[in-house]
Design a protein around this ligand. Structure first.
Ligand SMILES: Cc1cc2nc3c(=O)[nH]c(=O)nc-3n(C[C@H](O)[C@H](O)[C@H](O)COP(=O)(O)OP(=O)(O)OC[C@H]3O[C@@H](n4cnc5c(N)ncnc54)[C@H](O)[C@@H]3O)c2cc1C
Length: 588
């Protein structure tokens, strides 16, 4: 059997696997990716891309294309609840509530302050081809669709995987140093004893991707998600939600949509023939003639891998964690996983770091998954609380619940009370739509971070308030800097495999220290002396207010834009201090 050698084999060509491929290429590491399907996903699935993910995609030059092809900011700044899409009854097609979301409305200033990137929205079936083209553009990557990993074995020096090419029907072996399981937990994890732990099969959901002109029934363009709740549909999830899928616009004129709804518990035999009639019923559009592209069933679950590494095999993305799409953390976490793992693999393969650096992938990313999966589960089930906030009684006949809606829209004291009560209850759902801290505020505590004993910034229990900090383990704060006519984010000066040392106007000593450390460890280490002549200027003083170090202090940023170490002022021996910090981060 033919054997091909590569440092890294990636199993799975979804969002996580494809991103791993192009990041490794950018870091100068060869890889092979095998994907058993002939094409990228046909299902829209993920669409919301949070600011952290957009920052990563910006690092690799993809953000502009995603913003251009996806939702404009004005079409994703809210989410809203209505009684139905259409219908001519007295309670039909009424807006129940609208809430700011994803950095829109009253949150816009805060989101814009904290990142160079706004949130994005591009359905996975349109995003994955962009990721695939990027992966395929590098001569360092071999991206093989129609190729399935059948089995693999590890030994002390590497992994031997057996791959079947379904076009040629040939089987061949790949010998790699490491194997990355981006396969949704299908093959790699189970083979190395990784268990997916947590409840599964909690709710049976159906998502229908269809084309139809719904513009006649919609008179606002800012909500990205539209939920329907009415007495006939059975409340939240039962009555459905719709999401625009573009491709030309993501407002009321969107050509394609996805409708999500839960199976009716009293109709366990629900099959696809019943979908269009049910959509007509729920949307109150009896004459709707949708062109159905795809129907997918998915189960609500909340599972995290027992470990992220089995010898030379790692799990990323849905292979490591799965949860409901509420809060949109699935693909986002997957892309952030591979961003964390890729630079570590590259550093180890190039001999810049000890093998133990790879253990920090689990230490850093698994706690994030444990939190995100539970958060997503809460935000899924909290939708049912909205039913209660509306005054709906579970399992009561529609005529009983109709009373609650009549009161809600009535011009009476009871109506005012119903609306005030609903406002309080529904606001708890901001945990899903303004999870700003959750999205960019996560931090790492591992051997690849040199803790400085300072306490973390105030914790935001509702997941909304992010406090920028250069405390080791946290994502570097974003600040705009200028040089000549150029305007860059602090983030633009980091990443793509290199370490960056930020210092100030009195940080000249760090230049020599950094040059010596770069030579000793063989790494790329840039120094940015903000405010120093010829260097980037902190024109509006934002960086000075965020850096938490003096003009002669330093902030060492890892290739994944998380702070690895900082020194408030220049120590007596900057070279020794920096080398000690890098030795810790790199495990050397
Ligand atoms: C309705 C819905 C809405 C969602 N919305 C969002 C959202 O807004 N934001 C968000 O972040 N997430 C969202 N998600 C979650 C998101 O879709 C997933 O988290 C994401 O697809 C996971 O990507 P992945 O690359 O890890 O896995 P996948 O996309 O599942 O890719 C795994 C790939 O591995 C391949 N594979 C498996 N075994 C093998 C093998 N042996 N050999 C070769 N190939 C193999 C599979 O064919 C597949 O292509 C949503 C999910 C659903 C269902």
């Amino acid at each position: 059997m033919k054997t091909i050698e590569t440092p890294i084999l990636i199993c799975g060509g979804g969002g996580a696997g494809l991103t791993m491929s192009f990041i490794l290429s950018a870091l100068g590491v060869e890889s092979i990716l095998v994907e058993r399907h002939p094409t990228t996903s046909h299902l829209p699935k993920a669409h919301y891309l949070n600011q952290r993910t957009m920052e990563i995609l910006r690092e690799y030059g993809l953000a502009d294309e995603i913003y251009t092809k996806g939702s404009q900011a004005e079409n994703m700044g809210a989410v809203a609840w209505y009684t139905s899409l259409a219908g001519d009854g007295p309670l039909d097609a009424k807006q129940i509530y609208k809430m700011d979301a994803f950095g829109g409305g009253t949150t816009a200033e805060t989101y814009a302050r904290d990142s160079a990137c706004r949130s994005g929205n591009l359905p996975q079936l349109r995003l994955e081809p962009i990721l695939r083209a990027k992966a395929e553009s590098s001569p360092l990557a071999s991206v093989r669709f129609n190729n399935e990993l059948i089995s693999f074995e590890q030994d002390a020096d590497g992994v031997t995987s057996i791959i079947r090419d379904s076009v040629s029907d040939e089987t061949y072996a790949v010998r790699s140093k490491y194997l990355v399981g981006a396969d949704r937990g299908r093959t790699i994890g189970p083979a190395v004893g990784i268990e997916l732990q947590g409840p599964t099969g909690l709710v049976d959901m159906v998502s229908t991707h269809f084309s139809a002109d719904l513009s006649l029934y919609i008179d606002d363009d800012d909500p990205l998600l539209r939920w329907y709740i009415n007495p006939e549909g059975g409340g939240s999830w039962g009555s459905g939600a719709i999401v625009p899928m573009g491709p030309n616009s993501y407002d009321r004129h969107s050509q394609e949509w996805v409708m999500h709804f839960a199976f009716r518990p009293d109709d366990p035999d629900f099959d696809e023939a019943k979908i269009v009639p049910r959509m007509r019923e729920l949307l109150k559009l009896p004459k709707l003639e949708p062109v159905v592209h795809k129907v997918s069933h998915w189960l609500v679950e909340c599972i995290v891998a027992s470990k992220y590494r089995g010898g030379r095999a790692f799990v990323v993305g849905d292979a490591a964690h799965r949860h409901p799409p509420t809060t949109g953390l699935g693909l986002n976490s997957g892309i952030q996983d591979v961003h964390n793992l890729a630079w570590k693999l590259a550093a180890v393969l190039k001999g810049h770091a000890a093998e133990t650096l790879l253990d920090s992938y689990e230490t850093e990313r698994r706690p994030v998954a444990l939190r995100n999966t539970k958060w997503a589960l809460f935000t899924f089930f909290n939708h049912f609380v909205i039913d209660a906030g509306l005054g709906m009684i579970p399992n009561a006949p529609p005529e009983v619940n109709r009373e609650a809606f009549v009161t809600l829209f009535s011009d009476s004291e009871q109506g005012q009370t119903a609306r005030a009560r609903l406002h309080e209850v529904i606001q708890t759902q901001r945990t899903e739509f303004t999870a700003h801290y959750l999205e960019i505020g996560f931090n790492y505590d591992s051997t690849a971070v040199v803790a400085d004993g300072t306490p973390p910034p105030p914790f935001a229990p509702m997941g909304d308030i992010y406090t920028p900090t250069t405390r080791p383990g946290h994502r570097l704060p974003h600040a705009w800097l200028t040089r000549g006519g150029e305007k860059v984010s602090t983030h633009d000066l980091t990443g793509r495999g290199r370490f960056t040392l930020f210092t100030g106007t009195k940080g000249g000593v760090w230049k020599e220290a950094a040059a010596a450390a770069a030579k000793r460890f063989g790494i790329a280490l840039d120094v940015v002396a903000i405010g120093a002549p010829g260097d980037y200027a902190d024109t509006d003083g934002t960086w000075a207010s965020l850096r938490e170090t003096g003009e002669d202090g330093a902030v060492l940023v890892r290739p994944d834009t998380h702070v690895g170490w900082r020194s408030r002022t220049a120590p007596k021996n900057p070279e020794a201090a920096l080398e000690a910090a890098l030795a810790t981060v790199l495990g050397r």
